[in-house]
Design a binder for this molecule. Sequence first.
Ligand code: NAP
Length: 253
Amino acid sequence: MKIGIIGVGEMGGTLAVGWSRAGHSVRVANSRGPEAVRKFANEIGAVAADIYGAVEDADVVLLSMPFPAITSLPGDLFDRAAENVVIIDTANYYPDVRDPRIAEIDAGMPESVWVSQQLGRPIFKAFNSIMFYALSELGKAKGAPDRLALPVAGDDVRAKQIVMGLVNDMGFDPVDGGSLEESWRQQPSTPAYCCDYDAAKTLEGIRAAVKGKAEKIRDHEWRERYGRLFASQPTYADVHADVIALNRSLNPL
Ligand SMILES: NC(=O)c1ccc[n+]([C@@H]2O[C@H](COP(=O)([O-])OP(=O)(O)OC[C@H]3O[C@@H](n4cnc5c(N)ncnc54)[C@H](OP(=O)(O)O)[C@@H]3O)[C@@H](O)[C@H]2O)c1
């Protein structure tokens, strides 16, 4: 499959590595042109591109940028995209901590519905609810015991199968997170968010989510406890287990 990735930081970079290894044809881009990503692309067997080059002719486009960056993408970015290009977004909204406040989302609009509106295109929400470290280190072969799972939310049934296949290619069980309108169920501080659960527990978490509850947890308890975990500036690998324990404790299942 031809996959264009815009944003090759922790998440986009990890997905570029995994999908290249899985045999996909990967193009990578950030905001600074092909030269800025060429070294990384060469290392992983991908092609360096600008954002237009990442989109052109792609079967799938992955967006993996800081949440507000979606508004900086040019309006004609998808003009030469394939008719049925599948767009996946990994972004999460962390107001005050990292992102400016967005009134519509604070009023209850699901984050990915807002992203989709900015883009003027349908999108899938996937890979937002796993830490990059787990995505890189904890994948397993299909059928392996205790394989971790990831939800995929979005509307088109055929395209969702493609996204689910790409989750599987990364070493995780895909589970159906419902429509894009329901994608709030996998937003930050919901029960299945970044908890390293298997498929059954991930679905249980998606179903257990309560509208409006996660935002309060995210803005208070999560923020305070997460900040404390990183106060001594540990390497991420040293605190991953603590991050997962913290997230699980916010919404015990
Ligand atoms: N890190 C995680 O564990 C994790 C887990 C789940 C979800 N997420 C979400 O995934 C998204 C990406 O997170 P991340 O941690 O990978 O971020 P990151 O490490 O900061 O990487 C962001 C990437 O986006 C690029 N970028 C920024 N602005 C851009 C623009 N206007 N056009 C094109 N490229 C742009 C950056 O490159 P340049 O600035 O050089 O252009 C960089 O390659 C965030 O919304 C985050 O909440 C992250």
